[in-house]
Write a protein that binds this ligand. Structure first.
Ligand code: ASP
Length: 357
């Protein structure tokens, strides 16, 4: 008996959320444009003949209100995950067209929500709109489609500027360059070489993290509603020379704050100031989930290597390893949005869930 899978090849699903890729000039500057299906098809037809012929078939879903991703909130992350969770079984892979400014945040968040996804979810965008001269839009979408058609890719990835990166490890790195994203602490998952989309399965989640494909990678989506945390429930606080206890207290004493990401120096240091540390201790004791990562883009933190970092551990602050700010903050949101005991939240924060640390 034929199953739906064997009857016909399932097209990819392309979800348009907004961003420069689909923007058009308005009197106030670039803003998300409409008619994306026809405009994208036209742009893809403009690619070199051979590469167009090989592109996988796709269906396009445009969100009703495409946005500049600088306006995205955690509620947008949960909406996007819910759409993918509802539709992924009908498609061999998913491509998400997204503005570049917060693309890495959405990718990180999707990784936690769609844990164990058994097919590719590839986010892409563009530095220049589809119709702009020398636009990177069609090339990026073509690359994303090719990777999204590869069943060996089973995670949330970003295809951009000829490269495929792990979504939860990636950051926007450049304001203008076509190679705009980097994953400073993770290897490439693939790249475009001589017109082919070369995938590196040896860097996939299962191999790299010793997970058992059958047992540990089966879809186990977690789709909590992030909206209640969207209005400042989690804060990002970067340390700077001269930060005062008063300023830190203003952040941490807000009763609406449920968690905070604290970005410290180097391998995990902060001023050895008892009043500052007291604020962190009090916030942790009050049940706020406080985590620390380094302001250095490369490398991991190990608070306690220096006396100046010991206070972090003593204050109950969770060490974020080599996580990016995007990975760490979206993980706090994800854990705080679920009805978990504090100890379980802390355990999960310290465990690598999707290759993020
Ligand atoms: N502001 C735009 C956005 O993030 C930038 C881009 O897409 O490149 O939607």
């Amino acid at each position: 008996m034929s199953t739906p899978d064997s009857r016909r090849p399932r097209p990819l699903l392309v979800i348009y959320t907004g961003g420069t890729l689909g923007m058009q000039e308005t009197p106030r500057g670039l803003a998300p444009g409409g008619n994306i299906e026809a405009r994208l098809a036209r742009a893809l037809r403009g690619l070199p003949a051979g590469s167009v012929a090989e592109l996988p078939a796709y269906e396009l879903l445009s969100l009703s209100n495409p946005i500049d991703s600088s306006a995205a909130t955690p509620a947008d992350w949960s909406r996007l995950a819910a759409i993918i969770a509802a539709r992924y079984r009908d498609h061999a892979g998913i491509v998400v067209l997204h503005g570049t400014d917060t693309l890495a945040w959405s990718a990180a968040s999707l990784a936690y929500q769609l844990q164990g996804i058994d097919r590719p979810v590839v986010l892409t965008g563009a530095m220049k709109p589809l119709e702009a001269p020398d636009s990177d839009a069609a090339g990026n979408v073509a690359l994303a489609l090719r990777f999204a058609a590869n069943p060996a890719l089973q995670e949330i990835a970003i295809a951009f500027g000829g490269r495929l990166l792990r979504g939860v490890c990636t950051r926007k790195w450049h304001t203008r360059d076509a190679i705009a994203f980097e994953s400073p602490n993770a290897p490439l998952l693939g790249e475009q070489i001589a017109g082919t989309a070369r995938h590196y399965p040896e860097h996939g989640l299962d191999r790299e993290h010793g997970l058992d494909q059958e047992k540990d990678i089966a879809p186990r989506f977690e789709l909590p509603d992030y909206a209640p945390l969207g209005d400042g429930g989690v804060a990002r606080i970067a340390l700077w020379p001269g930060i005062s206890t008063r300023q830190l207290a203003a952040w941490l004493n807000d009763p609406r704050l449920k968690g905070a990401l604290f970005e410290v120096w180097g391998a995990g240091n902060l001023p050895d100031d008892p009043a500052l540390l007291e604020q962190l201790t009090r916030a942790s004791t009050d049940g706020k989930l406080i985590a620390a990562i380094s302001q250095c883009p490369h490398g991991t933190i190990s608070p306690g290597d220096y006396a100046a970092g010991q206070g972090l551990t003593d204050a109950g602050v969770l060490a974020g390893g080599a996580m990016t700010p995007e990975a760490a903050l979206t993980k706090l949101v994800h854990l705080l949005a679920q009805p978990l005991e504090d100890a379980e939240r802390r355990r999960r924060f310290l465990a690598p869930l999707v290759g993020e640390r």
